[in-house]
Write a protein that binds this ligand. Structure first.
Ligand code: SAH
Length: 285
């Protein structure tokens, strides 16, 4: 079961969404756990200050490093190391393939920014994968964090009612878009559902859907077809290399994983009595 921790200044804004529909049910069934953590709770001044003016001048405010880094260190002492994601327009655009990779992680932390973003030292102190939701600017990282949590959770076995749903969605294994869907009524405003879908001939239906999906993908997103072809060619090449015994992608992956799991929990300067009691972490169900 994946454990998510969303670090945000607005946990109350995320709570209702996380409790709704598939995400809510997934948590009730114990298939995912989502913690909301307000990093303002890790400030030490009277005014609970999380932001300050940018050095060098300019508009807006910048998120201070101390509360965020101390919040993450505290969480990792409680739960162990997280795979850390930082929401940023400068990150790698989020895609289905990455959601599939993240679905294999045990613990995922999502850091949502606000204002002008983060003091750069947060990223040099701790290792993050920077994730962008797309080429547009939002006022906060909350929506991107929700998008990532939802995309990953629906891939956890048991979360969707029918396991085939995820496998047949857009961006599935072959990278294309989903085929058009129809439901009742059979004829509506003079427009009938394609006959083949009523034929009961499963092979013909599969065939029609595959054709319609490819047609839609090449019309709307030819880049997806090209990407799928490039990926297929790369897989073929690496399999051939591995078979020749020159280089083993499996061994390389193993090494990368070991590197990543090296213990990086930093010694804490907090004293025992300073240790928070956990009330600042809201399990979201
Ligand atoms: N000054 C920054 C934008 C800050 S927006 C810049 O121009 O890059 C405030 C916060 O919203 C960011 O720290 C980030 O966490 C979040 N955010 C905004 N747009 C985003 C996007 N497209 N993807 C992911 N996070 C985004």
């Amino acid at each position: 079961m994946p454990l998510f921790a969303i670090l945000t200044l607005f946990p109350e804004a995320l709570e209702p969404y996380l409790g709704t529909s598939i995400l809510g049910v997934a948590q009730e069934k114990g298939l995912a756990k989502i913690l909301l953590v307000d990093f303002r709770d890790f400030t030490r001044d009277r005014h609970r200050t999380v932001d300050d003016r940018p050095y060098g001048g300019g508009p807006g405010m910048v998120l201070k490093p101390e509360p965020i880094v101390e919040c993450i260190e505290w969480l990792e002492r409680r739960h162990g190391r997280f795979h850390r994601l930082l929401m940023s327009p400068a990150g790698t655009p989020f895609r289905q393939a990455r959601a599939e990779g993240l679905a294999r992680e045990e613990r995922i932390l999502l850091l949502a920014g606000r204002y002008e973003g983060f003091d750069a030292r947060i990223k040099s102190q701790l290792e993050f994968e920077e994730v962008s939701l797309g080429d547009f600017v939002l006022s906060g990282g909350e929506l991107p964090a929700l998008a990532v949590v939802e995309a990953v959770t629906r891939l956890v076995p048991g979360v969707l009612g029918d396991e085939r749903s995820a496998a047949e969605d857009s961006f599935r294994a072959d990278g294309g878009l989903d085929h058009p869907q129809y439901t009742r009524p059979r004829v509506w405003r003079g427009e009938a559902v394609p006959d083949v879908l009523l034929s009961g001939d499963h092979a013909a239906i599969r065939n029609w859907r595959a054709g319609a999906a490819t047609e839609l993908t090449s019309a709307r997103r030819p880049d997806l077809l090209e990407r799928a072809q490039t990926a297929a060619a790369a897989t073929e090449k690496s399999t051939a290399t591995a078979e020749n015994g020159n280089e083993s992608p499996a061994i390389d992956r193993g090494r990368a994983a070991n590197g990543q799991h090296q213990n990086d929990v930093r010694p804490s300067s907090r004293t025992g009595e300073d240790e928070p009691d956990g009330s600042r972490e809201t399990p979201c169900t």
